[in-house]
Design a protein around this ligand. Structure first.
Ligand code: ADP
Length: 259
């Protein structure tokens, strides 16, 4: 009995010690999952024993991004084992808790339970855990900040004003809960034309950096809108695992987060 209690206390202690880094966005489709995956890969390349939790119920895409779409996690003691991925980042996903192609239509308590299950997986020495949140400011985010106390949050936005307005709401949620904002990442910035090389800005330019400055938050870097990012992501091979210019952009963000 006493030994059992000791083990539980030890487990609680390791859980508290493990840092959670939440990756959030105001809107969907701005590349939050892409940035989460590649931030994790870039941190792993820097020697961090990082793991990734896909809590994006609106579209759990991490199994696809890591090329382990059909993997089913093992479990022991009613706790999941994270799925190993070729890129070297163990992952768990909301998508692994429900049959494929089925809507995840859970209310608050169910969501909270599912999130708890993902965070309580057999993570071993993994630290930090990158947490891919759903877009916006819903139940998962509230449970996250109230119950699991992330060490910090990374906000992803496109340069576009609309996305930034919503990002500011997400920032507000973390700040009210006392979760430090690690900084802002601008995704889908400058597009280099593959034919003529001219760089254009389909979603505007510099909006996130200007916003970060205005809000007094660190700017963590800019990820270009790139065909390679899209293609590598669709192929289940995170671009940060390679060594092209996109990988360099993700490395710079990882370094800013790591500092
Ligand atoms: P979110 O998690 O915010 O909904 P995703 O990460 O799923 O967004 O990205 C949405 C789509 O945009 C995906 O098809 C993804 O491959 C693509 N995408 C994301 N970032 C980039 C980028 N920097 N360059 C090109 N395509 C991107």
């Amino acid at each position: 009995e006493a030994a059992g209690l000791e083990a539980r206390v030890a487990r609680t202690a390791t859980r508290v010690a493990r840092r959670l880094i939440a990756v959030a966005s105001g809107k969907g489709g701005v590349g939050k999952s892409t940035v989460s995956a590649n931030l994790a890969v870039a941190l792993a390349k820097r020697g961090r024993p990082v793991g990734l939790v896909d809590a994006d119920i609106s579209g759990p895409s991490q199994p696809r991004l890591f090329g382990v779409e059909d993997a089913k996690p093992d479990a022991a003691d009613k706790r999941m084992y994270p799925v190993a991925t070729p890129a070297g980042v163990p992952i768990v996903s909301m998508g692994m808790l429900v049959p494929k192609d089925q809507a995840i239509a859970w209310r608050g308590p169910m969501l909270a339970g599912a999130l708890g299950q993902l965070l309580d997986a057999h993570w071993g020495a993994a630290d930090p855990l990158i947490l891919d949140l759903p877009p916006g400011t819903g139940d998962v985010q509230l449970t996250m900040v109230q119950k699991h106390r992330p060490a910090g949050a990374v906000i992803v936005s496109t340069p576009q004003d609309l996305a930034l307005i919503d990002a500011r709401r997400a920032i507000d949620l973390f700040e009210k809960a006392g979760v430090p904002i690690i900084g802002l990442v601008e995704n889908m910035a400058g597009y280099a034309c593959p034919h003529c090389g001219e760089v254009s800005d389909p979603f505007g330019s510099g909006g996130a950096e200007a916003d970060a400055a205005r809000l007094g938050l660190p700017f963590l870097g800019r990820i270009p809108l790139s065909r390679e990012v899209r293609a590598a992501s669709d192929a289940g091979t995170p671009p940060a695992a390679g060594n092209g210019t996109d990988a360099a952009a993700f490395d710079a963000v990882a370094q800013a987060v790591d500092d």
